[in-house]
Design a protein around this ligand. Structure first.
Ligand SMILES: *[C@@H]1O[C@H](CO)[C@@H](O)[C@H](O)[C@H]1NC(C)=O
Ligand SMILES: *[C@@H]1O[C@H](CO)[C@@H](O)[C@H](O)[C@H]1NC(C)=O
Ligand SMILES: *[C@@H]1O[C@H](CO)[C@@H](O)[C@H](O)[C@H]1NC(C)=O
Length: 638
């Protein structure tokens, strides 16, 4: 106390501290968060807020979300209280004006474009003689089948009869504030505004079992009502689905971990010293529960390599390498907590290299499987670039790459020279499976015909269940939708014995450029004919650019506010109204994210520039925040 009297000059700055300095900065920051500079400026008061503690940070964002009506109040509270502390932790660790901050402004607010790739040469074993081995020629032998399914997003609280046309990001649940009577009662087998009922997943698994073969599953077991998801739900959802897989399928399943397979959503921290946020429980659980399809070594790998593992597929010389790509995901906020770039978060790239080298040494071929594809707009372009270096080095060993996450049936191509993307430089094909969840189109899965010696894909057949079929809500019918070989082969004069490799897919993109009918069919196939996104010439250009980009820096995506990864850039009017986002012709965004905090913050810039009653809602926000943001306690601080 005596120092107070000794240094009375200290009272000067304190006097202004009593006037909520953070609050004024914050309100101005929100108002000016309309471009990249504005976003960096906003990070200054947001970081100051984070320094006050997680609860001040969370309460402030919750109030902002409620006042600006970014979502329903329960969604605001749930999403922000779960993920907010991670964002707050990240902000405390970085400069508001650094490169990581620019990435954050892109990944959450959509206000900056990603910074240039941080050039880095990944340490890779020198190619031995085995690396020079050319990929084997197709054998012409009878192919075997492998099923690829993804993004099941099973909602264990799906309630038939509840409102399927609600205002929340996910409907068909008995919400406390739901419309009575419901606007449109949910049917038993799913709805486009909702995640999958368990019965729909069962129906698909029964269908898959008729193919009598092993499968790959590229992640996302848990539903996307992310504002409610917690660890006990994820544990139970994962356990139930693994049991259902074992019961329905009489052949192994090789899974990968999805961004929804943790709680809170996307919670995959860099280190394990994060207390209640540690995600080791996910790896322990999956390692154990996947073990009967893999083996003891793989189970240990899942545990110690953050969900990644490798195993030789039964009766083959094919190594399946499953990697956790959520450590490259822009919505994993742990990845923004330092200004020093981590080249290989959690050593996922290193793991892939080790396993590919083992495959190369053993004369095996390899398939890489994972959740998030490497070339999409929601992957960090740094890790995408480093992963691409691996693909280049092991191009003769890798026979295929398989992902999910976008919910679309689509593909991406890797090139040895991205400046000259052509059939001759196309070296890797990335296969992306459609989702089961009806949220993004008709429920679907793929069946590959695989050459039994080269392990290249000879055909890919998509099976789907048409929700417009009058019998759908009684018993979904599964039918062959199309065969890629039949559909695209004739467009590119495909030789009868040639595989559907990167060369082939590049030729298909050229056919799409010339033949709009063929492209429009592809566009329809992306969502399996359900809620098709119209795609005009400008949109087609970006779509083809995305096909020619297994490396994210080349995908032609442009970040925009209001449209992060949960939204679609070309969606139907209904969804556009829901998101109050302007239509923009481009590649549809990944459907995976849902209403996480990234989605909420991406709405902010739109609301502060064009939201109705902007000034009065800002005044309202200010008075609400006055009660939340603590006045610095002057005397104590002395
Ligand atoms: C976790 O979520 C489930 C399902 O929403 C809910 O029933 C349960 O009460 C929640 N548990 C905790 C500890 O919050
Ligand atoms: C598990 O499979 C891998 C790859 O197929 C093999 O290298 C390893 O020895 C196997 N481990 C056990 C315990 O069988
Ligand atoms: C264009 O594509 C459509 C649909 O695949 C096909 O039927 C048609 O023959 C193609 N036209 C040409 C000129 O290749």
């Amino acid at each position: 106390m005596h120092s107070f009297f000794k240094f009375p000059w200290i009272l000067l700055p304190l006097a202004s501290a009593f006037k909520h300095p953070h609050l004024d900065d914050l309100i101005n920051g929100f108002k000016n968060a309309v471009d990249c500079d504005g976003c960096h400026a906003l990070l200054v008061p947001l970081k100051a807020l984070a320094e006050l503690g997680d609860s001040a940070f969370v309460d402030t964002l919750v109030a902002t979300c409620k006042v600006l009506k970014l979502e329903d109040p329960d969604v605001c509270v749930g999403a922000i209280s779960q993920q907010g502390p991670i964002l707050s932790h990240a902000l405390r660790g970085i400069s508001p004006f650094g490169k990581t901050a620019t990435k954050l402004c892109e990944g959450t607010f959509g206000l900056c474009q990603p910074p240039a790739v941080n050039q880095y040469t990944l340490p890779l074993p020198a190619p031995g003689p085995a690396a020079a081995r050319k990929p084997p020629a197709p054998t012409g032998k009878t192919p075997f089948q492998v099923v690829h399914f993804s993004d099941v997003h099973i909602d264990r609280e799906y309630a038939p009869g509840s409102d399927s046309n609600c205002k929340k990001p996910i409907c068909c649940r008995a919400f406390a504030d739901e419309a009575v009577p419901p606007n449109e009662p949910a049917g038993p087998f799913g709805n486009r505004n909702c995640d999958s009922p368990a019965g729909l997943a069962k129906s698909m698994l029964d269908q898959i079992s008729t193919h009598h073969t092993w499968s790959i599953f590229t992640g996302d077991v848990v539903e996307a009502a992310v504002w409610l998801v917690n660890r006990s739900e994820v544990t139970s959802d994962i356990g139930l689905f693994n049991q259902e897989l074992s019961a329905a399928l009489n052949a192994p399943v090789f899974p990968a971990i999805g961004n929804h397979d943790s709680a809170p959503v996307n919670n995959f921290p860099l280190d394990t010293a994060t207390g209640k946020f540690d995600a080791q429980w996910v790896f322990d659980l999956e390692g154990k529960q996947w073990r009967h399809w893999t083996n003891r070594t793989a189970a240990r790998e899942v545990k110690h390599f953050s969900g990644s593992y490798s195993v030789t597929a039964p009766g083959t010389n094919l190594r399946i390498i499953s990697i956790n790509t959520v450590y490259w995901y822009k919505q994993n906020f742990w990845l923004y907590d330092s200004d020093t770039p981590a080249h290989d978060p959690r050593g996922i790239l290193e793991f892939a290299v080790k396993e590919l080298q083992a495959a190369e040494d053993a004369g095996q071929r390899a398939w890489i499987i994972g959740h998030m594809p490497p070339g999409s707009q929601d992957v960090f372009s740094d890790q995408s670039n480093y992963y691409d270096q691996i693909v280049q080095r092991y191009r003769n060993t890798i026979a295929g790459q398989f992902f999910g996450h976008t919910h679309y049936d689509e593909f991406e191509i890797a090139y040895s020279d991205y400046e000259n993307r052509g059939a001759d430089t196309a070296v890797g094909a990335v296969w992306i499976a459609p989702a089961l969840t009806p949220r993004s189109g008709n429920p679907a899965f793929k069946v590959y015909d695989v050459d039994p010696e080269t392990y290249e894909i000879m055909d890919s057949k998509v099976y789907f269940s048409d929700m417009k079929n009058p019998k759908y809500q009684t018993e979904p019918e599964w039918k062959l939708y199309y065969s890629a070989r039949e559909e695209y082969g004739p467009l590119v004069d495909l030789a009868p014995t040639a595989p559907l490799n990167a060369r082939f897919w590049h030729a298909v993109t050229e056919a799409f450029e010339k033949n709009d009918t063929a492209f429009q069919r592809y566009n329809e196939f992306m969502t399996r004919g359900g809620h098709v996104h119209p795609c005009d010439a400008a949109c087609k250009k970006v779509a083809i650019c995305q096909m020619r980009a297994a490396r994210a820096e080349n995908n032609c995506h442009v970040a925009k506010p209001g449209l992060t990864f949960g939204d679609t850039e070309r969606d139907d009017p209904e969804t556009l109204m829901k998101n109050s986002a302007p239509p923009a012709p481009a590649h549809p965004q990944s459907q995976c994210e849902g209403a996480g905090i990234g989605h909420l913050l991406s709405q902010l810039a739109l609301k502060v520039t064009s939201g109705p009653g902007r000034e009065s809602s800002m005044a309202d926000l200010r008075s609400r925040l006055e009660k939340i943001i603590p006045v610095p306690r002057a005397v104590d601080e002395l």
